[in-house]
Design a binder for this molecule. Structure first.
Ligand SMILES: [Zn+2]
Length: 200
């Protein structure tokens, strides 16, 4: 992401949001994982297009390639602030309304958060074979309760409908044992699927 000193927090966090969505592929829309916050990390490029994270870290304030306003607090921008700004509204001055919530516009033109984030004066040339260390932001994701609930509903709705139809319209009144077989199987498979796929 390119950003210069004249930019505001609004600009930066809007660009951050667009960059995150730009990096996500189409299938990501159906994922239960959603952006939660960013962390400050160190990273190393060891070959062309090969980058490995090296854990949480912040550039040295005296590093010649980085500029930012050092603050006592670590991290300089908290996970809560990253999350709040990511899900803020960036409609600008355009007239608009939200259906389910109030407008969450927060930055008011300041650059206080952006000043604290280390910005490198040059891009990392990914095509280059040269080894180099750098610092940046890494997105951390969390499970969306809504998406999880939707998948759970879709997985269990068919055996539940079967259970209801078996006992009512299909004339097996009182045959709870046979009616419950698909539902209990689905619950068992769902638990296994949830454990192996959703625990990353
Ligand atoms: Zn709004």
């Amino acid at each position: 992401m390119k950003v210069d000193d004249s930019r505001s927090d609004d600009y930066f966090f809007r660009e951050l949001k667009q960059s995150y969505h730009g990096l996500c592929r189409f299938w990501k829309k159906f994922s239960i994982w959603r952006y939660d916050h960013c962390i400050f990390v160190a990273a190393e490029k060891f070959l062309a297009h090969e980058i490995t994270p090296k854990g949480v870290g912040l550039a040295d304030p005296n590093h010649p390639e980085y500029r930012f306003k050092p603050v006592e607090r670590d991290p300089p921008v908290t996970p809560r602030e990253f999350r709040s700004r990511f899900y803020s509204c960036y409609q600008g001055g355009k007239k608009h309304a939200h259906r389910w919530r109030q407008c969450r516009h927060q930055s008011l033109g300041s650059a206080d958060a952006l000043e604290r984030i280390p910005k490198r004066d040059r891009m990392v040339v990914e095509e280059s074979e040269k080894r180099e260390d750098f610092w940046g932001l890494e997105a951390v994701e969390c499970i969306s309760f809504l998406m999880f609930a939707i998948y759970q509903f879709l997985f269990l709705i068919a055996p539940f409908v079967f259970w209801a139809l078996w006992l009512t319209l299909w004339g097996h009144n009182g045959d709870l044992q046979n009616a419950s077989v698909p539902l209990l199987t689905a619950i068992g498979l769902w638990s296994l699927f949830r454990f192996t796929v959703f625990n990353k």
